[in-house]
Design a protein around this ligand. Structure first.
Ligand code: NDP
Ligand code: 8X3
Length: 247
């Protein structure tokens, strides 16, 4: 069976994707900062999972984790660039610059670095890359400023990779979900469980398992078929009109 390398596997979409793929017999490298969560995942799933705890922004730690991968986990066929976060909902003019830097470092710089490192092997194995973008890449909302910008990067980077990888057989997909109830809003609000519960109340948000099933579906399509961009929303989430600031 093939091997997947998943960033951000300690919760939400990443953890659900580990369970989904390992459940179908894939070998999975599960990564993230919280080692206790990764150990619990390994204990739950068993030999199909190899865990590596590192901060995805720490290039040296990432390199060391890669170098320590045992066979067959070192032969990566699928990269799922999932680690990422939103911080804050303040308008740009009052946003925290450190929060902006953390989002850019994680959602853009680290994602590009991981991709760069794994690309030669993915090309050799005619593998695939699945990147987690967001509806925020396309539809601006108040307070989404840099988060939306980072996800627009992920969208466009994915399309650019497709161009560069023409003829290699490597597939690239940008998955662009709307509201998925995970730890996302807890992280965004600095741990405000009430704010998270309120945001998702009464809207039947998508689940991490919904997105994991979508990722598994994309990853197992026939090799001649590439989904470029895949946008998903809960039925109860849709679009609002433009706003105007009247004089
Ligand atoms: P969670 O907060 O539940 O999971 C985020 C994961 O990213 C965690 O495993 C976390 O691990 C990891 N992560 C964050 N920063 C780092 C870091 N510096 N180094 C290593 N790992 C890191 O959120 P989701 O599952 O919802 O988010 C997964 C992806 O999906 C993100 O890219 C997000 O932007 C995207 N997305 C989410 C949507 C939603 O509504 N939930 C909608 C659209 C896209 P740890 O903290 O242990 O390091
Ligand atoms: C986050 C999606 O709809 O919660 O990436 O802003 S949404």
């Amino acid at each position: 069976m093939p091997t997947a390398f998943i960033t951000g596997a300690t919760s939400g979409i990443g953890a659900a994707t580990v369970r989904e793929l390992a459940g179908s017999g894939w070998h999975v490298v599960a990564t993230g900062r919280r080692a206790d969560r990764l150990d619990a995942l390994a204990a739950e799933i068993g030999d199909l999972v190899h865990v590596a705890a590192f901060d995805v922004r720490d290039e040296a730690a990432f390199d060391a984790a890669l170098a320590a991968l045992p066979a067959p986990f070192s032969d990566i066929d699928l990269l799922v660039n999932n680690a990422g976060l939103a911080l804050g909902t303040a308008p740009a003019q009052s946003a925290d610059l450190d929060q902006w830097r953390t989002m850019i470092d994680t959602n853009i710089t680290a994602l590009a670095t991981v991709t760069h490192r794994l690309l030669p092997g993915l090309v050799a194995r005619k593998g695939a890359i699945i990147n987690l973008s967001s509806v925020a890449a396309t539809y601006p909302y108040s307070g989404g400023n840099v988060y939306g910008g980072t996800k627009a990067f992920v969208h466009q980077f994915s399309l650019g990779l497709r161009s560069d990888l023409a003829g290699t057989g490597v597939r690239v997909t940008s998955i662009e979900p709307g509201m998925v109830e995970t730890e996302f809003t807890l992280v965004r609000t600095g741990g405000d469980q009430g704010a998270s519960d309120t945001l998702y109340a009464g809207i039947e948000p998508m689940t991490a398992e919904d997105i994991a099933a979508t990722i598994a579906w994309v990853a197992t399509l026939p090799p001649h078929l590439n989904i470029n961009t895949l946008e998903l929303m809960p039925v109860r989430q849709s679009f609002a009109g433009f706003q105007v600031a009247r004089a």
